[in-house]
Design a protein around this ligand. Structure first.
Ligand code: MG
Length: 241
């Protein structure tokens, strides 16, 4: 009889503890994340491809009409003096992948004049593109800075002529019905795989002179800057969040 009691007692104790000990109690099965295919050397299956190496059909000139930059060898290059280009599509919160390279010829160019372009989220907030490889300039204006607002956490720049990557998570600013700022934009950036902006709070639209501020707006294009340098771009895609 004593043996029976010994066997039953532990089983009873376990049943009493069931909510704490049952691993299933903390399993959450819904919702099920959507399947996203991630083929090697291609955009994820749910991405909006903004440049696949062939044409600038997803882009237009900032002056309206066809994007006037030069497409060749699976990339496109700024045509200095032609003004910037922007996506036809508008975006709010996004994940962005973009690759860029600055010109090999650096002689006679330094500081902000060497390989300058820029990626403007929602047309207003500049993630700086610059040749910051052994090219000193003000820290909040070097590559991967939020121009004149946030210094990157590291300088992960590759040499001129080499392809570089930005992987960006952008959270758009929120505005109240009356136009007041509810929450500022936030940005996370990996430069060549290195974290350089870590959930950085954006102070307002990019200003060359003076302090940034916010004015209400909705979803807006991604804009690429013509800053008189033949900066190249390729492999651009966005995931809307
Ligand atoms: Mg720039």
């Amino acid at each position: 009889m004593a043996l029976v009691v010994l066997v039953v007692a532990p089983a009873f104790a376990q049943a009493q503890d069931a909510p704490q000990r049952d691993p299933a109690a903390t399993e959450v099965w819904k919702p099920v994340p959507a399947v996203v295919a991630t083929p090697k050397d291609a955009a994820p299956s749910d991405a909006v491809v903004l440049f696949d190496g062939r044409d600038l059909s997803a882009w237009e000139s900032e002056r309206g009409g066809k994007a006037p930059w030069a497409v060749a060898d699976g990339a496109f290059t700024v045509v200095p003096g032609s003004k910037g280009i922007r996506t036809k599509r508008r975006f709010c919160d996004i994940q962005l992948h973009i690759e860029w390279r600055t010109p090999v010829k650096t002689q006679g160019f330094d500081g902000q004049h060497r390989g300058n372009s820029g990626i403007f989220l929602q047309e207003l907030y500049e993630l700086q593109v610059l040749d910051s490889y052994e090219n000193p300039t003000y820290s909040n204006g070097q590559a991967a800075s939020i121009y004149k607002q946030a210094i990157p956490l590291a300088n992960a720049s590759r040499a001129p002529g080499q392809w570089q990557t930005y992987d960006v998570v952008w959270k758009a600013p929120r505005f109240a019905q009356g136009g007041g700022l509810v929450s500022p934009a936030r940005i996370t950036v990996l430069h060549n795989g290195v974290l350089v902006q870590n959930d950085t709070v954006v102070s307002g639209k990019t200003e060359y002179i003076g302090a940034p501020s916010y004015a209400p707006h909705g979803c807006a294009p991604i804009y690429l800057q013509d800053h008189d340098s033949q900066v190249g771009y390729r492999n651009i895609w966005v995931r809307e969040l």
